[in-house]
Design a protein around this ligand. Structure first.
Ligand code: PHE
Length: 346
């Protein structure tokens, strides 16, 4: 029996197909329901137990060879077929459809470019951060609600007895990058930090657990609120059009004092009032303020000598206003019907 199998192995190894039908016949001949290998296994039952081990091995070897042969022959036929195919060189070429940039990237690039004109440089930092850079150094008190489990995704939360400062978490804003810049650079500092941020929120049309921010920071001697206002006005006109006006409403952030929220005139109704601006004529776009002296001191910058301003905005929100997108989830669904609309925007 061994000899018989050896001849079959030789035969199968030497097989070469000239068409796809040959391969099918080869398959049926060896491993079809009534094929040779089935017969061999039937014979196998009748042989003496001491021979079984060796013969069983041989039959399996044959089976592997046949299966491999089927695969390699199929591959060989398909690849040679392609090169032999006759080409009609007069046919028109395939239509090449260019890819498109994601609206978040488009708006991010536009914002970065506007601030670059004013001398701001980009800084980036880690998405996985520690409590110190996201909260403590930014003057968040220990009980501040933003630290709560509801808002922050904690990766490694220390127990109450351990120092709270060492919590590892996903950054909830890119202000953490600015803390790192302040720690490592001497003023004047003029930087913007774009990036992904994470908050533990239920996903809906108006909220998402991942979104993008751009935050700006300017620190030097004699930086005033007037500088902040002028910079934001310049940005708003460049971003939303020359006719845009801004207004600043008092607000609160732990890391700025005074703090404000900035609105721009509604582009859709031109300030007259519509359902997008909820008939106020204004749209809220960012938070800002003068850097709290405590924050400067926490980062070893002398608050007697230096002052600074900071601002931060959500890229999704700006893109919503710019492109009239009304559902945040669209940014993350990768629906081509949505993405293809940005094909010719750069
Ligand atoms: N970091 C704030 C936020 O995430 C935005 C902000 C930045 C506000 C800088 C004021 C100054 O909401």
């Amino acid at each position: 029996m061994i000899e018989k199998i050896n001849t079959l192995i030789k035969q199968a190894s030497g097989f070469s197909a000239s068409g796809i039908n040959d391969i099918e016949n080869f398959r049926i001949y060896y491993i079809g329901k009534k094929g040779l290998i089935t017969t061999l296994f039937q014979e196998f039952k009748t042989i003496a137990p001491e021979e079984r081990k060796e013969i069983g091995k041989k039959i399996n070897e044959l089976k592997t060879i046949v299966n491999d042969k089927i695969k390699t022959e199929k591959f060989r036929l398909l690849s040679t077929k392609k090169t032999e195919e006759k080409k009609d060189l007069s046919l028109p070429g395939d239509l090449l459809i260019p890819g498109s940039r994601h609206p978040i990237s488009l708006v991010r690039n536009e914002i970065v470019e506007i601030f670059a004109r004013l001398g701001f440089i980009i800084s980036e930092g880690p998405e996985i951060e520690d409590d110190e850079h996201v909260f403590s150094k930014l003057n968040f008190t220990a009980e501040h609600p933003a630290r709560d489990m509801q808002d922050t995704f904690f990766i490694n939360r220390k127990s109450a007895e351990q120092s709270e400062k060492n919590d590892i978490l996903l950054r909830t804003h890119t202000s953490s990058v600015q803390v790192r810049v302040m720690e490592n650079q001497k003023p004047p500092i003029r930087t913007i930090s774009p990036g992904r941020v994470f908050r533990n929120e239920a996903i809906s049309a108006r909220a998402h657990c991942i979104f993008h921010q751009i935050e700006g920071l300017y620190i030097d001697k004699k930086v005033s609120f007037a500088d902040l206002k002028q910079t934001l006005l310049y940005f708003s006109k460049a971003m939303f059009g020359e006719e845009t006006s801004i207004r600043l409403r008092p607000s609160y952030f732990p890391f700025t004092e005074p703090s404000a929220e900035m609105d721009v005139t509604c582009k859709i109704c031109g300030g007259k009032g519509c359902n997008v601006c909820k008939y106020t004529g204004w749209l809220e776009v960012l938070g800002c303020g003068m850097v709290d002296p405590n924050v400067l001191e926490n980062c070893n910058i002398d608050s007697q000598v230096y002052t600074g301003y900071a601002f931060g905005m959500g890229i999704e929100r700006i893109a919503m206003l710019k492109y009239h997108i009304n559902d945040l989830r669209m940014y993350f669904e990768n629906d081509l019907r949505f993405l293809e609309q940005f094909r010719y925007s750069f």
